[in-house]
Design a protein around this ligand. Sequence first.
Ligand code: MRU
Length: 329
Amino acid sequence: MVEPIIWENGVLKLLDQRILPHEKRYVECNTAENVANAIKDMVVRGAPAIGVTAAFGVVLGLKEGKNIDEIYSLLLNTRPTAVNLKWALDKMKAAYEYAEGNIDFVEESAVKLFERDIEYNRMIGKSGLQVIKDGDNILTHCNAGALATAGYGTALGVLRAAKEAGLNIHVYVDETRPYLQGARLTAFELMEEGISCTLICDNMPGFLMKQKKIDKIIVGADRIAKNGDTANKIGTYQLAVLAYFHDIPLYIAAPISTFDFSIECGDDIVIEHRNPDEVRKVGDKLIAPENVNVYNPAFDVTPANLISGFITEFGVFNSVDEILNKIND
Ligand code: MRU
């Protein structure tokens, strides 16, 4: 399986996702600033992956002799939407305070966070088997795979688990304009894994649904509010509306670290807006008038009532209330 994040002898190596699938090259980070830039520049992306990366960024910053609060805000101010980033930074700050600044302890905590992410993703995969049937055609959007996590993936973790369980599935992959995480990353991961897949453009799912080519949709998430409203890659909301119209279930696969119990609903989620050139260009090639006005939100919010279930490490739930009851049990 592809390894997006490697921590080796005190150096963080990030698989450069900007140049996948054509080149596999690691970017080395030796400082907290290197890590912050790697998150901002999308060397690494995907909600759990940026959380785990930031955790190692804290270790590097402490080794440089930086102040914990300075490191915390440097890393937090990289990307605004995925809550896993703040979740991981809070965990690292708590570890630092608990160990009274012992860097070895903080490093062990970062490694644990990394290992647990993979473990929880495998549990998400197992939970997801409850909703998959042999012969299913499944649509996914963006990349919620090994590349978006410490490994194994969330939505793609469910697909991996289905394959491991011997189920025969086929995956439709939205290309996911403008950054093309589907075309570049998800198609690559599924092919490496030997999972049957077909790449489609973002304007094709409605027609496929009408033709009954899609049995269910499984995507990841960047932040889930207390009422279940879910921020994920731009385009997820329109899939949810189409799925509702065609009576197709849409599932969100995400670890508990993606739930933000501090916000009531999706209106409170900050949506990142990105460089207009991502829309004007495909790769380096300009495909629109150079100075055309562009609107480029990186995420949208799907209201809870369009979501059939949340696939988590604790099982599949219909609502966030059910999850809270389970956690507080
Ligand atoms: O802008 P990105 O590539 O970081 O966006 C990623 C997504 O929207 C993923 O679907 C989400 O983070 C879930 S990853 C398990």
